[in-house]
Design a protein. Structure first.
Length: 480
């Protein structure tokens, strides 16, 4: 079995598209429906909303899932190519489960499946139970049969509900006078972005639409994307460029110079914009967040299930105005928010639209540039990147080696710096004697090693990142 065999990662099931197009999608769709029925989270005949992204493999996987859901005695609703947060909103509003076919930002030869209970995104305990059911069912020919089914089209209902939500976040004409580019590529958010921004009075310039799937990682923006953003900003005289990953749950916002804002900064700006009282964010988000607002901060492992669980705990403890965000910019609202008399309902799953609207509205209200907004935040400079096609076995071996002894860690980091302290919440986060931070973390979704760094300035951060990636790339288990 390959090192990218389908498994649950930080958010949903991920694996090679060729594997998911076959028996795996039928197996896990059946396991999910059995789980809902066994836990009385739905009854026989209940509806299940099914959406997908624009990957070449997604229609076939969705059709297989639709057929499996029918065989399980439930009623699939074909919600088409819609953003994950739109599908989740529709499902939660209607009290039904949902399945989203998407690999988010990972390469086009891979794909994934996200699952939603009627009350929201599944958690880690749900994942374990669904995986256990899949193991029990995997040899049943009736379960793993691959049929291509079809269902009634509900895409317009999903889109309209999501448009209604996002067209009530800001006051009318809140973005009038703004000239905003929308990098459309192959994200399912591309047309909704245009409609919503024009609703608020912005002049919108669609850019880079593609009928071929382009994986856009908002947490590790590629050099090619950097170049496109800078070129478009100069060519069209834009105030901002906005975009998202493949399934529209992670935002990308670039300033007037085409320079992307970090996702955790977008989350921080949104937390201030919405007057959050509690912010939940993973350990990979900028370490300066705690000192950047009047809200309380809770740190978690990486992955929306961990953030959502911590938000639910805060709400259960009586906390108000609770939100979460990840370093990729995906925003989760754990409670209702009131914004100048306009109520925004909870949406405890990653969303790219509210953070985009928040940062654009703030700049428009203050009549300043996005770079000017960024300059108001005295955060450590943080950058991140990843080594692709980094075998999972090598990732596991490297992390075990680094954790085994201080000597191992010190030897590995000798070309980079001396260790002051470490944090082992998720991956290994090392504070150096200089105060700089370097964090190694295997991806939960793909065979990749991610590296996050923080330093006093951009030059030091870039240098530290390059050294960290080089050290991880060159390391071999045989050298341990």
């Amino acid at each position: 079995m390959s090192n990218v065999a389908p498994k649950f990662g930080t958010s949903g099931l991920r694996g090679l598209a060729a594997e998911l197009e076959g028996k795996v999608s039928a197996l896990y769709a059946t396991a999910f429906t059995r789980y809902l029925l066994d836990r009385t989270l739905c009854a026989s005949g209940a509806k299940i909303a099914i959406g997908r992204d624009f990957r070449d493999s997604s229609p076939a996987i969705a059709a297989t899932v639709i057929s499996a859901v029918k065989r399980a005695g439930l009623v699939p609703l074909d919600c088409g190519t819609v953003p994950t947060p739109a599908l989740a909103l529709f499902a939660m509003n209607n009290g039904i489960g949902a399945i989203m076919i998407t690999g988010s930002h990972i390469p086009a030869d891979r794909n994934g499946i996200k699952f939603y209970r009627p009350d929201g995104e599944i958690g880690k305990e749900d994942e374990a139970a669904i995986s256990a059911l899949a193991s029990q069912l995997e040899n049943d020919p009736a379960v793993v049969r691959v049929d291509l089914g079809f269902a009634e089209d509900f895409s317009k209902s999903v889109e309209q509900l999501f448009l209604t939500r996002n067209m009530s976040v800001l006051p009318p004409q809140a973005l009038a006078g703004q000239r905003i580019g929308v990098y459309q590529h192959s994200t399912v958010a591309r047309d909704l972005f245009v409609d919503i921004l024009r609703h608020y009075g912005a002049e919108v310039i669609p850019l880079g639409r593609s009928e071929t799937f382009i994986p856009v990682d908002t947490e590790a923006v590629s050099p090619d994307t950097f170049k496109k953003l800078a070129t478009w900003s100069s060519e069209y005289g834009l105030d901002a460029i906005i975009s998202a990953d493949g399934d529209g749950d992670r935002p990308l916002v670039a300033d007037e110079n085409g320079l992307p804002l970090r996702g955790d900064l977008l989350g921080l700006i949104t937390a201030r914009f919405l007057s959050a009282e509690v912010v939940v964010t993973p350990v990979t988000s900028n370490s300066g967040i705690e000192a950047a607002g009047s809200f309380g901060v809770v740190r978690t492992k990486v992955g929306s299930p961990f953030v959502i669980a911590a938000m639910e705990e805060a709400v259960a403890d009586g906390q108000k105005a609770v939100l979460g965000f990840e370093a990729n910019g995906g925003l989760m609202l754990g409670s209702p928010f009131d914004l100048d008399g306009r109520s925004i309902a909870p949406l405890p799953t990653r969303d790219c639209f509210v953070p985009v609207l928040a940062v654009l509205a703030l700049a428009a209200r203050r009549k300043t540039t996005l770079s000017g907004i960024v300059g108001e935040f005295n955060l450590p400079i943080a950058v991140a990147d990843r080594l692709e096609n980094y075998p999972n076995e090598k990732s596991a071996a490297l992390m075990a080696f680094l954790r085994a002894s201080s000597t191992n860690l010190g030897d590995f980091l000798r070309p980079i710096g001396q260790v002051s302290s470490t944090t082992d919440i998720d991956g290994l986060r090392i504070t150096l004697m200089t105060g700089d931070v370097i964090h190694f973390r295997p991806s939960g979704n793909a065979p990749e090693m991610r590296c996050y760094v923080e330093a006093a300035n951009k030059e030091k951060a870039d240098t530290l990142l390059a050294k960290g990636l080089e050290a991880a790339s060159n390391w071999q288990p045989s050298t341990a």
